[in-house]
Design a protein around this ligand. Structure first.
Ligand code: DAH
Length: 336
């Protein structure tokens, strides 16, 4: 027993004193290898009597476990030391640091925030709706008749079960009207999806939809608020005009143009030499839509509009390729 203890003490000292892995392995073999000190001693037990053999065997096995533990710890310590030494040698501490860049909001998020800032200041409530939508909300309740060619105006992504990725933010109007009593004014922003991809179209983009329902609301309110919004957004006085247009959920429907902010109406490539830029769709909510939402069209009237956020951002920041917004190149994004 005494000699076993002093053997262990010696081994411990030797292990602790080591500072290279090769030496450690040599030492391990010396103690624990097939022909190692401990193994040999274990073999020598044969000559002992039954009782003594059992007691000594147990001690030897415990000693072996200790040794194994020390060797593992020592190996870990030496490996860490080696790694540290290696890393320190490879790092040139005299090199200038990489610096800490500060992040910021994506230009689309910033644009959305400005749109919301305006309409919230006019008392519009912010509503939300699902991106995976039912045909009813995306089309039917918005007065797109079934099998009507107007559904083909928007190339829709369908799911097998008949649901779809909403093609516009207008379905939120319906969901809002179903759950609120007029008068109200609300806005809903978010992602919308269409099967489309080129310099001015993305399969996923953002829209803000607005809706105002009240007593005696007419086109004059619509014109006034949208005119004011665009002046706020583009930070300057702008000319605007409303062109008659067709959207199934409004009557009359219109598209709003603003004087080209690039050429100030003189005519350039961006406005196809017309001096005007198309900026949004709008109109007076169709009585069929009000009826579907159990809002009495004889009592209430209102307007709706839908504006593309990427389009606003492209004009505001003067960007000529919409795809830049979703490619996430930091050299592009850093500019905002
Ligand atoms: N939802 C239409 C689209 O995505 C935009 C739109 C047009 C919304 C007229 C409206 C509106 O609320 O009145 O093309």
């Amino acid at each position: 027993m005494d000699s076993l203890l002093s053997l262990l003490e010696q081994a411990h000292r030797e292990i602790e004193a080591l500072n290279d892995i090769k030496g450690l392995e040599g030492l391990r073999i010396h103690y624990l290898g097939k022909k190692g000190v401990l193994t040999q001693t274990l073999k020598g037990l044969k000559v002992l009597g039954e009782e003594e053999r059992r007691a000594t065997g147990q001690n030897l096995n415990e000693a072996k476990a200790h040794l194994n533990e020390w060797f593992t710890a020592a190996r870990e310590r030496l490996e860490n030391q080696a790694l540290l030494k290696d890393t320190v040698q490879k790092i040139d501490v005299t090199l200038p640091g990489r610096g800490e860049g500060q992040g910021h909001l994506h230009p689309i998020t910033q644009t959305l925030a400005r749109v919301e800032q305006y309409f919230m200041s006019c008392g519009f409530l912010v509503a939300e709706g699902p991106e995976i939508e039912m045909d009813y909300y995306n089309f039917e309740a918005l007065n797109f008749p079934r099998f009507h060619p107007s559904r083909a105006l928007q190339d829709t992504f369908y799911f097998k079960d008949g649901r779809l990725l909403r093609t516009h933010a207008s379905p939120v109007q319906i969901r809002f009207m179903e759950t609120h009593e007029p008068p109200f004014q609300m806005m809903a922003s978010g992602r919308v999806y269409r099967c489309d991809y080129d310099v001015s179209h993305l399969p996923m983009f953002h829209q803000t939809e607005g809706l105002m329902i009240g007593k005696g609301i007419c086109f004059a309110e619509l014109k006034g608020i949208l005119d004011d919004f665009l002046r706020f957004f583009f930070e300057r006085p702008l000319k605007s005009r409303f062109r008659p247009s067709f959207f199934p959920f409004v009557e009359p429907g219109a598209e709003m143009d603003i004087s080209c902010i690039l050429c100030e109406g003189m005519g350039c490539r961006a406005c196809k030499h017309t001096g005007w830029l198309e900026i949004l769709g709008c109109g007076m909510v169709h009585p069929n839509v009000l009826n579907k939402c159990k809002v009495d069209p004889n009592k209430w009237s209102g307007f709706a509009f839908g504006v593309g956020i990427e389009r606003l951002a492209m004009l505001f920041y003067r960007i000529d390729d919409i795809r830049l917004f979703c490619e996430n190149h930091t050299r592009f994004l850093k500019q905002f």
